[in-house]
Write a new protein. Structure first.
Ligand SMILES: [Zn+2]
Length: 274
């Protein structure tokens, strides 16, 4: 969004694949959800993955880790549970640095996606999945874990796309969460934002080609704005892109106007098992 602004690194020179997805297969959707204040991660993601307007439900935008009220909404129902009820195979492709879902459950602080994944523990990816290229790191290249896991080789973003594609082909619904764009947005460092977007774009360009060849629908969105306005330090009230590319693309875009529409729209296009 914010087409042409000088402090917006989301432009065709920096990230051509992402820019093309936004302009040709995306639409701007609302992330403010009618609640005062800046949109934040916990309520934004909670809304995205439950279809419940979470900031309205708890009375404010909540950042970081969801509190008890928000956790309850996510634990009661979410897109993973709904798909499971419909007999669908679901995977959360981001690897956790644990050996099992039980170990993950012991963590004191849990993000929205962690709370959600633990409601359907078979969706959780572990270190072993990562070693077998059956999961991705949240940084794509595994650079951030080289100190801790020197035996797990770094990979090119295009290789990460190959891994995600393979996982997606073996499941009905695969989720991958990438938040380095938000981290870069908070840094107010334009060069750093460009570097993250360039890396992400290499991944996306490959992923789009794989999805196209296999008729897989690729859906992308964000819980709030940030990186598109590098002159502002934190999150923004700007609309976020909702991208739906592939066989169900138009059908999905037609149904989604805010983060609260994402889960209902995806559920409506994934058909029930015969
Ligand atoms: Zn943030």
């Amino acid at each position: 969004m914010r087409e042409g602004a000088a402090d917006n690194p989301v432009n065709p020179e920096v990230c051509p694949a992402l820019y093309r997805l936004i302009t040709a297969h995306g639409k701007p959707i609302d992330a403010c959800l009618g609640v005062e204040g800046l949109p934040q991660s916990a309520t934004g993601q909670g809304t995205m993955f439950t279809g419940v307007n979470c900031p309205a439900a708890i009375g404010r935008h909540q950042e970081g880790f969801p509190g008890p009220a928000l956790r309850k909404i996510i634990e009661e129902n979410n897109i993973f549970l709904e798909l499971k009820k419909r007999g669908k195979k679901v995977r959360f492709a981001d690897a956790y640095l644990v050996d099992s879902a039980d170990e993950l459950a012991l963590r004191r602080f849990k993000s929205v996606t962690t709370v959600m994944a633990l409601t359907a523990p078979e969706t959780v990816s572990t270190v072993s999945d990562l070693i077998h290229d059956n999961a991705l790191m949240q940084d794509l290249t595994r650079e951030t874990i080289q100190d801790r896991y020197p035996d797990i080789p770094m990979i090119h973003p295009q290789r990460a796309a190959e891994h995600l594609f393979r996982i997606a082909r073996n499941n009905d619904f695969t989720l991958y969460e990438f938040f380095q764009t938000d981290v870069a947005g908070h840094s107010s460092d334009y060069a750093r934002a460009c570097a993250v977007l360039r890396l992400y774009d290499l991944f996306l360009a490959s992923l789009v080609r794989f999805c196209e060849a296999a008729s897989i629908t690729l859906v992308m969105t964000a819980d709030h704005g940030n990186i598109e306005a590098m002159n502002e330090r934190g999150h923004t009230r700007n609309p976020v892109p909702f991208i739906a590319y592939g066989p169900k693309g138009r059908q999905l875009r037609d149904q989604v106007n805010s983060l609260a529409d994402v889960t209902p729209a995806i559920l409506s296009v994934i058909h029930c098992k015969e």
